[in-house]
Design a protein. Structure first.
Lengths: 303, 658
């Protein structure tokens, strides 16, 4: 019974903590701008309200409009079970789970994108096109990052791949590359601006225009969960956590996730969103950073 | 019953169906019996791991008949019989005698011929009989493709197919003839101990690769698949092009291969996978798009096969087995989901009369079964868990990751294996292919089935009947089945890979991760269903209102404002302009009150347009020059004779009468 309990506890922790991250980002942004800003727990209030609200469905949509967000949310939730948390490892670990992790993110993308196409809106189409197009380069970058970890550890399981920290220059390159992927995959500045009010310039927010009520809650919670997954993945690639006790590990992991989230907030405050024609260049840069990390790993971590 | 008996029943069923082609019912019954018996023989071989070998004292064309069914051929035979049966049931409603009084019965003759002779290719172990069966099924496929030969586009596609296929057959003819010269007989068997046969592999690669549709040998494939009736497209894409893969696997397993062969196959695989899906993104004809995805998936199979060949040459059974298992399982998977997608596309074509995606939209309302099953196939081909496409791509990925150097930090001095460099590149590009395929199928599902109808044709549609739906349901169930319980299908794959490389044992247990993956897939599917129904109940409880799609305050949205196939893919295709070379015709809006504006983009078959056609034009130009010599003037002909004679005399004198 213990593994099942362990799994349930971790899943619950991930699901409960995820909505905190966007709140922290907003808090950082308002702090930099000198505003009071929304409460840190704002997303929890929003989710609770949306869960209780009624739904307005477009006359064009199919049942997939509701099923899509649900399946995407499940894909992200089970993906969180593949991420190892320090010495305790991951609740589910087997060789090849790293690739399953990547493809679960792809499943979530397919479901949200199809649900957005469902409404037949030009704006949502625009968001979907950007989402699936930019994901092409991101996917290549993530595979390159996984190859880097695979070369370092000789494994294809996240529990082993993320156990020892990357060393030196390789770790810096990999962290920079993965940070770029994190920003792009979670639709943050400079790739997308979650706060703009102009649908023409959005990606993620444009895709959810026709969602409301509980399905919108599932999408927003899923997005927060995805941010948490990427933050943990990034923290684990650079952090040495093997020698610490359980409590210290959790503390270190939490602190590094916090640092990453604050960084995201600072980037968002200090940079403007890129013009869309420049986005692929920046994505390609993070892909190249991951490839350089791979080359460094190949040389045994020495430049 | 032995496989021999079953294959005899299968032969009887196919020939019986051929004779009874006038009566659709009797034809269907006989063909289904034939397919079922062949499936039985294939399952017997795959499950038992046995080999059925039959050499009667009977000559055909001067050669002794030799039939041989082992794990590798049984794997393809199983796919052939499942898709053959599905296509036979589908054809009854899709291509009925009512609407096609002439071509339907004749088509049934060619259909049975196609199935029968593909089966014979799979079991014949004599080079001459292999070639004869190969040629006959190629011709049968030509007549099936051109069933609507009143249309010029169909005739053109058929001609291109026939010409390209014969170029391939020519290579195979040379291959088998040289093989017979070297070995002293047409009999085929494992001959790895004859290293002098290795260079013949290149001929096999050209001939079989053309049939398989490796980029850039795929020129015939898109138009042939698009213009054939949909059940024919399904079998062409599901099995016929796999015969090329069968040939490559069969002869890379039986014959020695040159040292570079694995590298070349893997490189061709990577390039076919990426470029196939890029070309697919540029298409707006539904069936043409699916055809380009065949090029992509053939590429994925070849990546697995190529790395298995490298592993076999370097003595690396660990990851080589995984790559090969991925390739073999992908043969099945691609056959299943691509046939499902083509049958779904056929159902759309049947209901709307158009393959142009930008005229469709919102079909899910009238065609919920087709839409649901097509989406299932789309998720499978995009390699999404928990479906079958992911399982085989995952095995190929595991093979590639296995080829990485283990702990290079521990062995910094050791020279790096080139295989690991190649594997890393291939893994990145395979990931890229997966993301591109996902983008492409979001586009297809979104534009064809979701949103609002873009034309009158898409508004007045009907769901297909049960005879078209049942085969799709069967294929969809198999796609889900392989995804949810991959371990059940492992023995078949292990059996086939042991035939390819006898050093890799057949009775090796399924890799433990596969078991874990299957369990994970089951849990994922259960949780997804649960979450979707829970969310739906919540939505209903909270109250549901209907309103128009939100268009940011614009008061008169129309269906034409939706994203179309071309605009959807525009971002990605613009990155690949260098190879796609699309034709663009734009008439941009001018003046403050523009009267009209239009934009048209069309992605041609670039290799055909920029390589094959210029080459053909060059040949025609040279031929035209030579034609000037023949003009009907007798004096000049006599002069040629004189010149020729003089030339011969000079030659004889110079040669010194040797």
């Amino acid at each position: 019974m213990m593994p099942a309990l362990d799994m349930a506890l971790r899943l619950a922790a991930c699901l409960l903590l995820a909505p905190l991250l966007p709140g922290i980002i907003n808090r950082v942004k308002s702090w930099v701008a000198g505003r009071r800003g929304p409460p840190v727990l704002q997303l929890y209030y929003d989710l609770a309200k949306l869960w209780r609200k009624g739904v307005v469905l477009s006359t064009a949509v199919s049942p997939g409009h509701v099923a899509g967000p649900a399946v995407a949310w499940v894909a992200l939730a089970v993906a969180s079970l593949l991420l190892p948390l320090g010495p305790a490892g991951a609740p589910l670990a087997f060789p090849g789970d790293a690739l399953l992790f990547v493809y679960l993110l792809a499943l979530a993308r397919f479901c949200t994108a199809s649900a957005a196409m469902d409404a037949g809106s030009a704006f949502e189409g625009m968001g979907v096109v950007r989402e699936v197009s930019y994901a092409v380069i991101n996917e290549a970058a993530i595979i390159a990052a996984l190859l880097t970890l695979g070369v370092q550890t000789g494994s294809v399981s996240l529990s082993v791949m993320l156990a020892p920290p990357a060393a030196g220059a390789g770790a810096a390159l990999l962290a920079a590359g993965l940070f770029g992927v994190l920003l792009a995959e979670n639709c943050r500045v400079p790739f997308d601006d979650p706060n703009t009010h102009l649908e023409l310039t959005m990606i993620h927010e444009a895709m959810v225009l026709d969602h409301s009520g509980p399905p919108l809650a599932a999408i927003l919670h899923g997005a927060a969960l995805k941010l948490l997954l990427f933050a943990v993945l990034l923290a684990k690639t650079v952090l040495a956590l093997t020698s610490l006790s359980w409590l210290a590990t959790m503390g270190a992991l939490g602190a590094s996730v916090l640092v990453i989230v604050v960084l995201v907030g600072l980037v968002e405050s200090l940079l403007a969103r890129l013009a869309f024609r420049r986005v692929p260049l920046l994505l390609a840069t993070s892909f190249l950073l991951c490839v350089f990390a791979l080359l460094v790993a190949w040389k045994g971590g020495r430049l | 019953m032995t496989p021999g008996d079953l294959l005899l029943i299968s032969l009887a069923g196919m020939v019986g169906g051929l004779l009874a082609h006038r009566s659709p019912r009797r034809w269907l019954a006989a063909t289904l019996v034939g397919a079922g018996a062949a499936l039985g023989a294939a399952v017997w071989t795959l499950a038992g791991g046995g080999v059925w070998d039959w050499q009667p004292d009977f000559r055909l064309g001067g050669e002794l008949v030799h039939l041989h069914l082992d794990g590798l051929s049984a794997l393809f035979l199983a796919l052939l019989s499942v898709l053959g049966a599905a296509g036979s049931v589908y054809a009854g409603e899709y291509w009925p005698d009512r609407r096609h009084p002439i071509s339907a019965p004749v088509g049934r003759v060619w259909w049975n011929g196609l199935l029968l002779f593909m089966g014979l290719v799979l079991v014949s172990a004599n080079g001459l009989h292999f070639l004869i069966a190969w040629e006959i099924y190629t011709v049968c496929a030509y007549f099936l493709i051109t069933q609507e030969r009143r249309k010029p586009a169909v005739r053109q596609a058929g001609w291109l197919y026939l010409a390209a296929s014969h170029f391939g057959t020519l290579c195979l003819f040379a291959f088998f003839a040289l093989l017979a010269v070297h070995t002293g007989g047409w009999d085929l068997k494992p001959m790895r101990d004859h290293p002098e046969l290795a260079p013949l592999f290149w001929l096999a690669l050209a001939g079989f690769g053309l049939k398989a549709g490796i980029f850039p040998l795929h020129i015939w494939l898109p138009s042939a698949h698009a213009n054939a009736p949909s059940h024919v497209s399904a079998i062409m894409s599901g099995v016929t092009i796999k015969m090329g893969i069968y040939g490559l696997m069969r002869f890379s397993g039986w014959l020695p291969t040159p040292a570079a062969a694995g590298w070349v196959v893997a490189a061709l695989g990577v390039e076919s996978a990426v470029l196939g899906v890029v070309f697919a993104l540029g298409q707006h004809d539904l069936k043409r798009l699916l055809a380009y995805h065949s090029v992509e998936n053939i590429g994925i199979i070849l990546i697995g096969l190529g790395f298995a060949m490298i592993a076999s040459a370097h003595g690396q059974p660990g990851w080589g087995r995984l790559a090969l298992a991925g390739a073999l399982l992908h043969v099945w998977n691609h056959g299943l989901f691509k046939a499902l997608l083509f049958l779904g596309a056929g159902s759309v074509l049947h209901a709307t009369g158009t393959r142009e995606m930008s005229r469709l939209g919102g079909l899910w309302r009238a065609m919920p079964w087709t839409a649901g099953l097509f989406t299932l196939g789309a998720m499978a081909i995009a390699g999404l868990p928990p479906l079958n496409g992911f399982v085989s791509e995952w095995l190929v990925f595991l093979g590639l990751f296995g080829a990485l150097p283990a702990h290079p930090a521990a062995l910094p001095a050791a020279g790096h294996d080139p295989a690991s460099w190649a594997a890393a590149t291939a893994a990145i590009l395979l990931g890229l292919t997966g993301a591109l395929a996902l983008a492409c199928f979001v586009k297809v599902c979104g534009v064809v089935f979701l949103g609002l109808p873009r034309s009158e044709a898409a508004r007045q549609v009907h769901e297909c009947g049960w005879r078209m739906r049942a085969p799709m349901l069967l294929l969809g169930a198999l796609c889900a089945g392989i995804g949810l319980a991959p371990v059940l299908f492992w023995p078949a794959v292990a059996c086939a890979s042991a035939v390819w490389e006898p050093a890799w044992l057949a009775d090796a247990p399924a890799p433990a991760p596969l078991l874990a993956l299957g369990a994970f897939h089951l849990a994922l599917a259960a949780l997804a269903t649960l979450a979707a129904s829970a969310l739906w109940h919540r939505v209903k409880r909270n109250g549901l209102a209907r309103a128009g799609t939100w268009d940011c305050g614009y008061a008169a949205p129309t269906a034409r404002m939706q994203y179309t196939a071309g605009s959807f893919a525009g971002t990605i295709t613009s990155w690949f302009d260098w190879i796609l070379r699309p034709h663009r015709h734009s008439h941009l809006p001018r003046d403050p009150f523009p009267a009209q504006a239009s934009y048209e983009e069309h992605t041609p078959e670039t290799v055909l347009e920029h390589v094959v056609q210029p080459a053909g034009a060059g040949v025609m130009w040279v031929s035209n020059l030579v034609r000037g010599l023949q003009h009907g003037r007798l004096q000049a002909y006599l002069f040629y004779l004189l010149l020729g004679l003089a030339g011969l005399i000079v030659l004889a004198l110079m040669g010194g009468g040797k």
